[in-house]
Design a protein around this ligand. Structure first.
Ligand code: PRP
Ligand code: MG
Length: 178
């Protein structure tokens, strides 16, 4: 596993000054590009969750929609999308969160989860944690049995994980000290 993680780490591409000057953008697309990398990524992402009885993987639009459904299929679970406003057609619950400039919102279908669900919420990246914390609140307020959270990448210096209660197992494969 350690070997695979090292290779995955080297596969993430750093793009300087994207989307604005001064930002070192972590591009995850090379992780999905080859069958070897996609399969390694899937394997290490699932490592912790095979015996947890996960019934639903919740993925956050957009970049949580890539590995979310793959993990769901491998775990024998269903997939539920959390989307940006105005995209989900049926009745939704909505949560606001702080972005770099102003507030944003995300939504989930009201009938997508039930109290018997064991949920893994997935996104590609933990930065400030605003996005995932909003997703966590949405899922928590729906009264599910248990919540796990995982990411491909975590930017440790932004301390996003501090927003979450200790008992939530938050897992990130690749950590950056920025
Ligand atoms: C990025 C990333 C995470 C979020 C992390 O998504 O994919 O979802 O930001 O930031 P945070 O921890 O500070 O909230 P973005 O909103 O840029 O949209 P995208 O996934 O549609 O590209
Ligand atoms: Mg995103």
């Amino acid at each position: 596993k350690e070997e695979k993680l090292l290779i995955l780490r080297e596969t993430v591409r750093n793009i300087p000054d994207f989307p604005i000057p001064g930002i070192q953008f972590k591009d995850v697309t090379p992780l999905f590009k080859t069958k070897e990398s996609l399969s390694n990524l899937t394997e290490v992402l699932l490592d912790e969750y095979k015996d947890k009885g996960i019934t639903k993987v919740v993925g956050i639009e957009s970049r949580g929609f890539i590995m979310g459904p793959i993990m769901a299929l491998e775990l024998g679970a269903g997939f539920v999308p959390i989307r940006k406003p105005g995209k989900l057609p049926a009745e939704v619950f909505e949560q606001e969160y702080e972005k770099e400039y102003g507030v944003d919102k995300i939504q989930i279908h009201k009938d997508s989860l039930s109290k018997d669900d064991v949920v893994l919420i997935h996104d590609d990246l933990l930065a400030t944690g605003g996005t995932m914390y909003a997703a966590y609140k949405l899922v928590k307020d729906m009264g599910v049995k248990k919540i796990y959270v995982n990411f491909i990448i975590e930017l440790d210096a932004l301390e996003g994980r501090k927003l979450f209660p200790k008992e939530i197992g938050i897992n990130s494969l690749i950590h950056y000290d920025i």
